[in-house]
Design a protein around this ligand. Structure first.
Ligand code: NA7
Length: 550
């Protein structure tokens, strides 16, 4: 196939890649193409079609805010968007901005090599591109993690991973289903699978908090209010530390009496959703404050789950609330009151292997017709490291052998003109994703536009700036309870052999946006520009408790 010559190549047609294409092509006038492995737009949501798959951000904030027209022309139907509705939304945006003519679907990038002036990109089907700028918008929760459990290839039933769900669906009727994993995904899937299957066995390795989502259809007045409040919603989501459309209370947990605190939690439980974290400012910074929320939720679990033995397993949670990504649910704990549902505590009886007919733990065999892996992702780095990205004789894999190092989560030292949307070191996974994505995509487009205006051929972060950023990411994390959880995917702990490095930026979206703007305003401080290194600004943490994300 002939090599296609471009100004910019973007990987991924999800929230990030679609908007990046629009900005580079329509605002900067660059010859731009997107390469996308799936057959359609949607990114992560193209693949996540498992039963119950729904975003945990509220729909009126889980969207783009770059266009008033797009905002006013779209209407969400429920409090939280389901996976199909998110795809419909992205399809609607893609149609409206005429993006699909510049997307090559069903094509997966295999390698990208910097030749000294351009990126030479090769796809698995042999297609080739040469581009001055190379943007990866490949998602941070997109590389499905199927654990390497011995015997899986001998299993005679069907197995699926939630993040690679078959488009035709899975028929659970009359089947004995085993679900491994109780993160956000497993907690959404289990109630729906239990309602369809003959029997469901949930294999839990780590017990998890969850607050009720309280999903419901939006009322006509709410839809109208959201439509008419473009400016307010945009300003709100840009001014909260996590990009969500609600403010975190300025009160601390012990500013109020025990009775007042209980009333606040009772009310939040009824309101539902990720807002539970917003009850007190210091929940993620102070263990004693966190314990009040943790104990409240554990108490609720024990109230809901009728069998005391199951309630004990489900509420035996060993990490602070929201120090791992906090799920929200629709009748998850109630599911364990069903006659056709069993719970297996993998801490007491670890999985030994998968057999032809099911799962074998240390305590015995669980015969199954179908295994659902709700086992998450090789988060933040997996999708990027699946591509051979090479510059000046080194690959990103080499440079990240001991853990990812980026500057601002958007660039890698020694890899010129490469931009990573929501790479490690970006706040995205702790925040409302589209708000972070929009900021990153706009910053990248501005940087590329600046390079073009100033005749810059080559821009990459300096190694010193990347070191400073990694140190600041750690400093921000250490001001929270997040790194105290040793089994968190924020630290890479879910993937055997992955370096244990805290990856997301926990300093909050407001601070992060300010840092990125300052870097740009100072002429891309922290970057080497056509051979000239510009020192990065000093990063500092102030008011951390107010600006920690999630
Ligand atoms: P998560 O949050 O990584 O959850 C994965 C779950 O699978 C979690 O309960 C894991 O237990 C469990 N797991 C992973 N590997 C195994 C093995 N080998 N054996 C048993 N159990 C295992 O992924 P999700 O898809 O739920 O959510 C990812 C993000 O998507 C979420 O944060 C939202 O932002 C949307 P563990 O806790 O590691 O002990």
């Amino acid at each position: 196939m002939d090599e296609v010559s471009l100004d910019a190549l973007v990987i991924g047609a999800g929230f990030g890649g679609l908007y990046q294409l629009h900005l580079l092509r329509d605002r900067l006038g660059l010859e731009t193409r997107v390469v996308e492995a799936a057959e359609g737009v949607g990114g992560t949501w193209w693949w996540n079609r498992y039963p119950g798959a729904r975003c945990d951000s509220e729909s009126h904030s889980y969207q783009y805010f770059f266009s008033r027209e797009i905002h006013e022309a779209w209407e969400w139907s429920e409090r939280y968007p389901g996976h199909g509705e998110i795809r419909d939304y992205l399809e609607f945006v893609a149609e409206r901005l005429e993006l699909k003519r510049d997307i090559d679907f069903s094509r997966r990038v295999a390698s990208a090599k910097w030749d000294g002036a351009r990126w030479r990109v090769v796809c698995e089907d042999g297609a080739r591109y040469a581009a001055t700028f190379f943007v990866t918008a490949i998602g941070c929760l997109s590389n499905a993690n199927v654990p390497d459990i011995p015997g899986l290839d001998e299993f005679e039933g069907e197995w699926v991973h939630t993040g690679r769900w078959p488009h035709e669906g899975v028929d659970f009727a009359g089947k004995r289903v085993g679900q491994i994993g109780t993160g956000s995904t497993g907690i959404q899937a289990a109630p729906v699978i239990a309602a369809e299957a003959a029997h469901l066995t949930v294999f839990q390795r780590t017990a998890n908090y969850s607050a009720p989502a309280r999903n419901r259809p939006l009322m006509a007045e709410e839809k109208a209010a959201f439509r008419d409040d473009y400016d307010g919603l945009r300003a709100l989501t840009r001014s909260t530390p996590n990009g969500h459309p609600f403010r975190i209370s300025s009160q601390k947990a012990f500013d109020v009496s025990d009775a007042e605190r209980a009333a606040i939690y009772d009310n939040a439980w009824e309101v539902g959703g990720l807002r539970f974290r917003a009850n007190f400012q210091d929940l993620l910074a102070d263990k004693a404050a966190n314990d009040t929320a943790a104990d409240y939720i554990k108490g609720r679990i024990r109230e809901v789950v009728e069998d005391p033995a199951r309630a004990a397993i489900l509420s035996d949670i060993d990490h602070p609330f929201a120090a791992k990504r906090p799920p929200i649910d629709t009748r998850y704990f109630e599911t364990f009151n069903r006659d056709n549902v069993d719970l297996v505590d993998l801490r007491a009886e670890p999985i030994k292997r998968i057999t032809a007919s099911g799962v074998r733990t240390a305590a015995g065999d669980y015969p199954l017709d179908c295994i659902v892996f709700a086992t998450g992702f090789d988060a933040m780095t997996g999708a990027l490291l699946a591509i051979d990205i090479e510059a000046e004789g080194r690959t990103v894999r080499d440079v990240w052998a001991e853990g990812p190092k980026t500057f601002l989560g958007m660039g890698v030292a020694g890899f010129p003109n490469l931009f990573t949307v929501t790479g490690p070191g970006n706040p995205s996974v702790l925040c409302n994703m589209p708000v972070c994505i929009e900021q990153a995509v706009e910053w990248i487009a501005d940087c590329i536009g600046w390079c073009r205006e100033n005749g810059v051929a080559r821009i990459a972060p300096t190694a010193a700036a990347a070191e400073d950023w990694v140190a600041h990411v750690n400093e921000a994390a250490d001001a929270t309870l997040l790194p105290t959880v040793k089994h968190s995917w924020y630290l890479g702990a879910n993937i055997p052999g992955k370096p244990r490095v805290f990856m997301p930026y926990a300093g909050g979206m407001v601070r992060y946006r300010g840092i990125c703007d300052r870097v740009a305003a100072e002429g891309y401080a922290g970057y080497e520009i056509d051979g000239e290194a510009r020192p990065a600004p000093a990063f500092t943490l102030e008011n951390t408790a107010e600006f920690v994300g999630v």
